[in-house]
Ligand binder design. Structure first.
Ligand code: SAM
Length: 260
């Protein structure tokens, strides 16, 4: 990797600390029943530890300069494939049909410039059973935030209604080559079923409306709904229409979605 020219535009900050990749893999709990998706394998520091444990691994890498490096590094394994191209252009909806594994996990140090589009795509097209991903620390805090916290917002609710999210550990910027300007964190997302009895489309529309104008209260943001029904639900949890969306825990939004 000595002469490799890292591309900032592709979010190329490779992990240089083996302890970090070991820890990520340990938290992932991968076994032979698991199909693993890794987005952005880079020089393969994480891939080489994932592949031997997994049933099968699919690596998506946009930078073809990494092809010889990855091929060399992974030469001893045949339970993986590398797809060279933009991950955002790939069709993930066929993965569960094509590969028959009990569990589908995502394990990755994500390219930070497209963290949100990647997560949205994964949710819409694949809905993995578990994700252990490295993101910017600030993003991790937003995704894990609980109601009443300054960082709690629409994305915390939308993701938190599909996954139990935990911040596992912080990673200092010096653990990467080249070193980025911010620290990172590894988070764990495990599928939950708290939306089981709720229409997901209705729930998402409610959340988008509730958070539409950050400074407005629920009475204003949810004007298009039956406010009496919403008020009844809120009362049960000691809230009212004067509260803002950021005050409510996910469970209350779920109860509201059931009555609108
Ligand atoms: N996994 C490696 C590691 O941790 O050392 C590299 C992680 S680096 C933060 C992000 C990787 O994603 C880079 O290898 C970059 O080339 C790749 N990448 C960037 N944009 C991508 C895209 N749209 N689709 C697929 N891979 C992408």
């Amino acid at each position: 990797m000595n002469n490799f020219e890292y591309k900032k535009s592709l979010g190329q900050n490779f992990i240089k600390d083996d302890n970090i990749t070991d820890k990520i893999v340990r938290y992932s709990d991968i076994d032979k029943d698991t199909l693993v998706i890794e987005i952005g394998p880079g020089a393969g520091s994480l891939s080489k530890k994932i592949i031997p444990l997994s049933g099968y691994t699919i690596l998506y890498e946009i930078d073809t300069r990494l092809q010889p490096i990855l091929n060399d590094l992974l030469i001893d394994y045949n339970n993986y494939e590398i797809i060279f191209g933009d991950f955002l252009d790939q069709d993930l909806s066929m993965i569960r049909e094509k590969y028959h594994y009990k569990k589908v996990f995502v394990v990755a140090n994500l390219p930070y410039y497209i963290t949100s589009p990647i997560i949205t795509k994964l949710l819409n097209e694949l809905y993995p059973d578990k994700m252990i991903i490295m993101v910017q620390e600030e993003v991790a805090n937003r995704l894990c935030a609980k109601n009443g916290n300054r960082e709690y917002g629409m994305i915390s609710v939308l993701l938190g209604s599909r996954y139990n999210i935990i911040k596992l550990f912080k990673v200092n910027r010096n653990c990467f080559i080249p070193s980025p300007n911010v620290d990172s964190a590894v988070i764990s997302l495990e599928k939950n079923d708290i939306l089981l009895d709720v229409c997901k489309k209705k729930f998402e529309e409610l959340i988008r409306d509730a958070f539409q104008f950050k400074r407005k209260n629920l009475r204003n943001n949810l004007r298009k709904y039956n406010l009496e029904k919403i008020s009844d639900v809120l009362k049960r949890f000691n809230y009212d229409l004067g509260n803002r969306a950021e005050d409510l825990p996910i469970e209350v939004f779920i109860e509201i979605a059931k009555v609108i």
